[in-house]
Write a protein that binds this ligand. Structure first.
Ligand SMILES: [Cu+2]
Length: 119
């Protein structure tokens, strides 16, 4: 009986973590600047948004561009933020257009886990 109760609590705790919107905004924010992106990657659920926060002044601003062309931001002034909502699972690599060596990654959903069982 005690074991069953513990199991149920564990399931409830896991469910809470997976609730949409449970992830804090901080966890889905990239800080960008001169030749830097931090953190290197974030994981979100399908349908969640990621925020990009530019911390450095740059003529024309800093722009986010996805390697596969899935999204692109306008030039962001210092202190300006831009958000993008991800509606498709996958791994999205992006870089700062003005500093192509500064790369980040957004992992949406659970890549590697098939959405439906494979035949
Ligand atoms: Cu710069």
């Amino acid at each position: 009986m005690h074991r069953a109760l513990r199991t149920r609590i564990a399931i409830l705790a896991t469910g809470a973590v997976l609730l949409p919107g449970a992830a804090t905004a901080d966890e889905a924010t990239f800080q960008i600047g001169h030749n830097r992106v931090a953190p290197a990657e974030v994981r979100i659920a399908v349908g969640e948004s990621v925020r990009f926060e530019n911390q450095d002044a740059m003529p024309g601003g800093h722009s986010i561009v996805a390697d596969d062309g899935a999204f692109a931001s306008p030039g962001l002034a210092k202190g300006q933020t831009w958000e993008h909502k991800f509606t498709e699972p996958g791994v999205y690599v992006f870089r700062i257009k003005e500093h192509p060596g500064a790369v980040g990654k957004v992992i949406v959903g659970e890549p590697g886990v098939p959405a439906s069982p494979e035949q």
